[in-house]
Design a binder for this molecule. Structure first.
Ligand code: GRF
Length: 201
């Protein structure tokens, strides 16, 4: 069975959605390790409650970001992870991780890339006044929010929406879309073509 390593920094609601999908038999995989860039992330508690091994790092561990990624990569390899799933991980993945998991690191972004890249995708889309935003799942590469796109789902911004209500809508879509994409990966249905674009088989 495919093994995922999940990288988090915060609340871990997407981690929870993945845990729940595995438990419900909707995702034929296993979470081998959860790595957090913050020692007090609530997502670590979610992992522990689900019996998943964890590795918690802190700011000081990232003083040398390459060394941090060497450490994360070797922990993920020791856990026999096949894919690395970023779920609210607020750090760049750098060469040691990208080389250890070529085309096997996936990120979730709360906007329709290439629009509203960066750390505030939901608020940036809301403030801009677009009528349509959404969620993107893509491969991570050395450029922030720029890897090949695997899946996207649109979310309409309605007249009465507030930033808070939009955040709720986006998260609800994320929690469904991410496990679904991971299941496609588990089934071997996600390939990168020679043109660098993702093909769903
Ligand atoms: C999500 O909105 C994700 O798109 C973004 O960070 C948020 C993480 O939320 N990258 P959570 O920690 O999974 O609750």
């Amino acid at each position: 069975m495919i093994k995922f390593g999940v990288l988090i920094s915060g609340g871990g609601s997407n981690l929870q959605a993945i845990i729940d999908a595995v438990a419900a038999g909707k995702l034929d995989g296993e979470i081998a390790l959860v790595v957090s860039s913050k020692a007090d992330a609530y997502g670590l508690t979610r992992a522990e409650q689900a019996g998943i091994p964890t590795l918690a790092l802190c700011k000081a561990d990232y003083a040398d970001p390459l060394a941090a990624d060497v450490r994360i990569a070797s922990a993920l390899q020791a856990a026999r992870a096949d894919y690395v799933v970023m779920a609210g991980y607020m750090r760049m993945v750098r060469e040691p991780l990208l080389k250890a998991f070529p085309n096997r690191i996936i990120n979730l972004h709360p906007a329709l890339l290439p629009s509203f890249a960066g750390a505030h995708g939901i608020a940036d889309a809301f403030d801009y006044g677009v009528k349509l935003t959404g969620v993107t799942v893509h491969f991570a590469n050395e450029e922030y929010d720029k890897g090949a796109i695997i899946a996207q789902e649109a979310v309409a911004i309605a007249e009465g929406d507030t930033l808070e209500s939009l955040e709720e809508k986006i998260h609800a879509v994320e929690h469904k879309l991410y496990p679904r994409v991971l299941q496609m990966i588990a089934q071997g249905r996600v390939a990168i073509g020679e043109n660098g674009k993702v093909r769903i088989l």
